[in-house]
Ligand binder design. Sequence first.
Ligand code: NIG
Ligand code: FE
Length: 400
Amino acid sequence: MLDPGIIDDGALAVAGGLIAAIGTGKEILSKWHAADKSDQEVIDAGGRVVCPGFVDPHTHVVYAGDRLNEFELKIKGASYLDIASAGGGIVSTVKATRDASVAELAGATLKRLDRMLSCGTTTCEIKTGYGLDSVTELRMLEAIANVHRDHPITVVPTFLAAHTFPPEYKANPEKYVNLVCDTMLSEAWKWFVSSPFHGKVPFFCDVFCETGAFSVSQTRKILETAKSLGYKLKAHVDQFTNLGGSRLSIELGATSIDHLDVISDEEVELLARSSTVGVVIPTENFSAGKTEFANARDLIDADCAVALSTDYNPGTAPCPSMPMAMAIACRYQKLSPSEALCAATINGAHAIGLSKNVGSLEVGKKADLLIIDAKDYRAMAYEFGSSLVSTVVKGGKVAL
Ligand code: NIG
Ligand code: FE
């Protein structure tokens, strides 16, 4: 992670949307030409940084409504419980999302994806989890498929029916766990098999393992059922309380475990010895006005694979920008700019099972690249509050 692999005066050749060659400008420009000159396009980055498009491995960008009242209540000191009793929190987004059509959900999501693209994200994961009933969760999946069709960003879907307990099951949470395991997971898997994602990207199942959300034993039941159906696994763990969710998810072979603010030392060791990626989310802490962050420095020093994400969602992280996540990670989690770039690109790709396709500039990978308005890559994490991304090339085509 300490070596970004810089090629001075570099260039790359792109054909059929993939990287065909990479090297110095001299090499590439002398060797590579299209058979038909009219098919050839040369982009001169003018000595500026060219880097892989960002891979954001954890977002909740399909939702309706907003949480602006909650934002103001929090500033005035309201607690999570105050907000929930005033009709806020995840459940208020669930209400608005249940009332929205697929077209409305997809329309709102496309705008969020535009903002992510303008900050340099070319691949992202998107979770369901604001439906919490069969009909709305499937509608959210449809909205994810629609934005995948209509937007240049490559999208990976995640089924998060276990985000929290829906209000109608509050008194009987076990019944909801059974509904997820006996019905919703197989319905969503059936949807995936006939969706445009099948055979192209993995389908993940995620659970929010936390006090007040799903216990470790409920999380085990859901993840084991999902695994047996063919899902790849993710989990929200150790955001507020250390329950053992990290240990469980690593044991089950999760592709990633996300948040990790209060992961134990033993679990850090287990993570380091596993092929699971640890996703840290400093935008969430920043958004909550916290000064404590997941100890990403220790995770990296212990040899864990660490990725960054925005967690873009209406409640805890209304942030589309991976460079913002990098800026916070460098300052508060003590990542070097090179580590932050690696965490925002190739490690993010590993966290969603797409490391063979995206996340680095290598021959055979998708030509997803950014021209950064700077001559030194460290500027990406150094400057914040605006986007230094001046051109986005997605699958070999200029997307922005
Ligand atoms: O990743 N941890 C739980 N879920 C989201 C929050 C979603 C919301 O508040 O709407 C998160 O922080
Ligand atoms: Fe999340």
